[in-house]
Design a protein around this ligand. Structure first.
Ligand code: M6R
Length: 595
């Protein structure tokens, strides 16, 4: 939620900030703004809308070599210009961009800022007001002022700060919200992620919670919580700038759907060597020593976790529970004697999941993060990490991360299993081919979607593994096409929800398992008898000649990897036909870093 970028160096900063913000737009796109600091002072340009809108109001004649930028997902106050970042203190001395949420902003306003002339409704303005308030008391040392303000803040923040009295310094601070430092010759940067800075550098420094950072053109000094200087080795990002381009595709989502076969093949290459699954022994021991796995995740990652539950239980015989992270924090169940926690997160930054990780770490429980983002907060803070190797996922609607999450869970489940299990190298190769066949049939999905999704609502139904995919399919359809969609256990429909079926209601059934084939087909008859327009997605070996989408057979435990693909494409075409912004659906952000 929200992206920040900052630069201090020799080059003109405007293009650098705007280029960085474009890469961060996936984190929020309610408003955008930049502040340019030159010998005349600090120039702020900001407004509601996207980076493209911001470009129309920026004065490109203003040249500066120090600046900060922000793209916003609104939390405190609507998405209008006044609430947009950067925010300036009342005297104009301090300018700030912020990603995160300040939980005690009300108390801080009350205690220190009663007479302060606030312009916006944001929690961010409280930070910049506090900096000015304490700077007025302690004129000499701005480092100490910012550190003092950090001590007062409860919540999450990644901050970029300009002080009009310090033209050669960019200040930054971090707590809970992600922030990387980008290093270069004659310049240094801050950004919410590496992608925002790749145009300038591939050398980065991580930052930890509670750290305060002083960047000049020549160097970076990181201070730990109590003011000591932190020495940290930089790392080189393996990301290539071309990995984050759309290339020939009209949308990232379509590109990412098409990338799924190569992601599955890459996962096989990364995790299977000479027919052996290679996973760190400590992870295997930790899983084997546990009596129950607790999968913690949100949204699409949670849906991948449901499939993981089946894999851990059926392949490895380990009882597994799946929990919504935002619920687990507050209604924590009684856990088993030796629990093992598995966090699934594409971004590795989801605040709801992190809150659970913080909680279970205090209880000394062991944890693994399965993520696409090496170095992310959940990865750094869990005991172990398994990477998805899916490449950057830019579209807000998650597709290739979901399939990668299932594939990696399958590998882990197979490896901890005591049984001579499935030959996953072979089975995942079959999966990759089956997905490729589906992604080559785009006209079919385009047509089916046009004919089927004529209503404001839609049901996905399925049993067993297909139910889990139905949940994910419905989420995908909702989030980008705004069609009210529900994923339902096919057998449960008649216990109430079937009342919603009327003439023309679209019902899409997924049938991938022999054991549930006939039952789900009966449920389709029931909804059709009540006027539903049905569409059937099935596996070849159990298909009927009237099924609409037939998928080449794969191992029964791996069917979610293929049955989800038609549903991703249906969501894509539904949004396309309705003319919506597919990669940046309304009200959403890719990385949900607020609880
Ligand atoms: O980065 P995470 O996997 O932790 O994100 C969790 C959810 O916010 C995410 O899966 C969300 O549901 C997807 N964008 C939906 O497509």
């Amino acid at each position: 939620m929200c992206g920040i970028v900052g630069y201090i160096g020799k080059q003109d900063v405007t293009e650098i900030l705007l280029g960085g913000l474009e890469k961060l737009e996936y984190r929020g796109y309610d408003s955008a703004g930049i502040a340019l600091f030159n010998e005349e002072g600090v120039h702020v340009y900001k407004d509601k809308g996207r980076i493209a809108d911001l470009c129309k109001i920026v004065d490109f004649e203003v040249k500066a070599t120090l600046g900060i930028g922000h793209t916003r997902w609104a939390t405190h106050g609507g998405p209008g210009k006044t609430n947009s970042h950067p925010h300036q203190s009342s005297s104009g001395r301090f300018t700030i961009v912020h990603n995160g949420v300040i939980e005690n902003e009300g108390m801080l306003r009350e205690k220190y800022l009663k007479d302060y002339p606030f312009k916006s409704e944001t929690d961010t303005e409280v930070i910049v007001a506090l900096i000015e308030h304490f700077a007025n008391e302690n004129k000499a040392d701005i480092d100490n002022v910012i550190r003092h303000v950090m001590e007062l803040l409860h919540g999450s923040y990644a901050l970029g700060i300009l002080d009009a009295n310090e033209p050669g310094v960019l200040y930054a601070a971090k707590n809970k919200s992600p922030m990387l430092i980008g290093l270069g010759d004659d310049f240094n940067m801050i950004g919410s992620d590496a992608m925002a800075m790749l145009q300038c550098t591939n050398q980065f420094l991580e930052t930890e919670d509670g750290e305060f950072i002083r960047l000049t053109r020549e160097g970076v000094t990181i201070y730990g919580m109590t003011g000591y200087v932190v020495e940290r080795e930089p790392f080189t990002a393996t990301l290539d700038a071309s990995d984050i381009e759309k290339g020939i595709y009209p949308h990232y989502m379509l590109k990412e759907i098409d990338e799924q076969p190569s992601v599955i093949r890459r996962i096989v290459q990364e995790y299977i060597v000479n027919d052996e699954i290679v996973i760190e022994q400590d992870i295997l021991d930790a899983v084997k020593e546990s009596d129950r796995i607790y999968i913690i995740a949100a949204g699409t990652s949670m849906h991948a976790g449901y499939v993981g539950k089946q894999l851990f239980e059926q392949m490895a015989g380990i009882p597994t529970e799946v929990h919504i992270s935002s619920e687990f924090v507050y209604s924590t169940p009684v856990v088993s004697k030796k629990p093992f926690f598995v966090f699934i997160s594409q971004s590795g930054e989801t605040a709801d999941s992190r809150a659970v990780l913080v909680k279970i770490k205090k209880l000394n429980y062991r944890s693994l993060t399965i993520t696409n983002a090496p170095g992310s907060t959940l990865s750094r803070e869990a005991d172990f990490t398994l990477l998805l190797h899916a490449g950057p996922e830019i579209a807000v609607a998650s597709t290739k991360a979901y399939t990668a999450q299932i594939a990696v869970q399958a590998l882990l489940a197979a490896k901890v299993s005591n049984e001579p299990g499935i030959d996953l190298a072979r089975e995942l190769a079959i999966v990759a081919n089956a997905i490729e066949i589906l992604t080559n049939k785009k006209e079919l999905f385009d047509r089916v979607t046009k004919e089927l999704l004529t209503h404001r609502n839609c049901f996905y139904i399925g049993r067993h593994m297909d139910y889990y995919v139905a949940l994910e399919a419905a989420l995908k359809l909702k989030e980008i096409s705004y069609i009210q969609a529900e994923g339902f256990a096919a057998g449960e429909l008649k216990h109430g929800t079937i009342a919603l079926i009327e003439k023309g209601t679209p019902v899409i059934a997924i049938i991938s398992q022999e054991s549930i084939n006939l039952n789900t087909r009966s449920n389709i008859k029931e909804v059709k008898a009540r006027g539903a327009k049905a569409c059937v997605i099935s596996m070849k070996s159990i298909s009927s000649s009237t099924d609409d989408i037939v998928i080449d057979d794969v191992h029964p435990l791996l069917t979610p990897l293929v049955t989800v693909v038609p549903t991703q494409l249906i969501a894509y075409y539904a949004a396309l036909h309705r003319g919506f912004d597919i990669d940046k659906p309304r009200n959403l952000a890719k990385s949900v870093t607020v609880e």
